[in-house]
Ligand binder design. Structure first.
Ligand code: ZN
Length: 287
């Protein structure tokens, strides 16, 4: 009982934090794109599109957490893949945006900075928000033992460094070295493609019904080895869907009582779900 409520609490907390990440990326997108257009800085506008791609990624994480919090019986397997399909489409939108920016800045005419103050204020805000938020989220990730929050915190930290690159680009352009801005934009475009590629890789893996990863199988083996009620592991199989893993176990249990076996199987399921937050369902076959 206690384990189940801890799991529910953690989910509520993760849901809240992932909503904050959406908010942070939304604010960053708005101030960077409007600040970029107003100040005439191509590097800042490009970084705004980069934040927009981060927004797509954080929204898909949030949808995943919401779906996982529902009772799995209510959801046919198909719904998990909707998340991946949306992610796949947004990955292509991100690639297209990256291509458009690269084309405009590298082959178009460079525009002068019309308002240095606006660009500096927006970059200053970005540095402050990304620095403070990534530090806070990292602490939460450690407290909740959450790899997905840790990855998000690390990503927002790279957004902090990207803002510094944009600063160099803006100053370069302002003081008459447009080449410096072009280099800054190339670095930002690299981060846009990187975001898109991460989303694409995960989507394709799951849409092709990738089987359970080796790392998860080893972890489940370790959990089962500690169970005295498990006599022999016959098979560990499963698949990924959305951000979640569905596991099937074929075990020999050290009991002849059917009701006791049922009880043991239930405990094993709870233990795996507790230790592996993205495991959504465990089906135990036993003999
Ligand atoms: Zn980013």
């Amino acid at each position: 009982m206690h384990d189940t409520s801890t799991r529910t609490l953690n989910f509520a907390e993760k849901k809240k934090i992932s909503l904050y990440s959406i908010g942070v990326n939304l604010v960053l997108s708005i101030i960077k794109i409007s600040g970029g257009l107003f100040s005439g800085s191509a590097a800042l506008t490009a970084d705004g599109v980069h934040s927009l791609s981060d927004l797509a990624a954080s929204a898909s994480v949030y949808i995943g957490i919401i779906i996982s919090n529902k009772k799995s019986e209510l959801f046919p397997h198909g719904l998990y893949k909707v998340e991946n399909l949306v992610a796949l489409i947004s990955a292509f939108a991100i690639f297209f945006a990256g291509y458009e920016i690269a084309k405009d800045v590298l082959f178009g005419e460079s525009t002068p900075i019309s308002s240095l103050a606006t660009a500096l204020i927006v970059i200053g805000l970005t540095v402050l928000i990304t620095y403070l938020y990534s530090r806070w989220e990292k602490q939460k990730a450690i407290a909740l033992n959450s790899p997905s929050l840790m990855a998000d915190a690390e990503h927002i930290k790279t957004d902090f460094y990207t803002a510094l690159v944009v600063l160099v680009g803006v100053l370069g352009q302002y003081f008459g070295y447009p080449l410096i801005e072009k280099i800054a934009v190339v670095i930002v475009v690299y981060f846009i493609f990187h975001s898109g590629f991460e989303i694409l890789k995960e989507s394709i893996k799951v849409l092709l019904d990738a089987s359970l990863d080796h790392e998860s199988i080893v972890k489940i083996q370790d959990i089962l080895k500690e169970e005295e009620t498990v006599e022999k592991i016959n098979a560990i199989t499963g698949r990924n869907a959305g951000s979640f893993k569905f596991v099937q176990l074929d075990l020999n249990l050290v009991t002849d009582s059917l009701s006791e076996a049922h009880h043991i199987a239930h405990n094993i399921e709870e233990k795996i779900k507790q230790e592996m937050p993205f495991v959504e369902k465990v089906v135990v076959h036993y003999q």
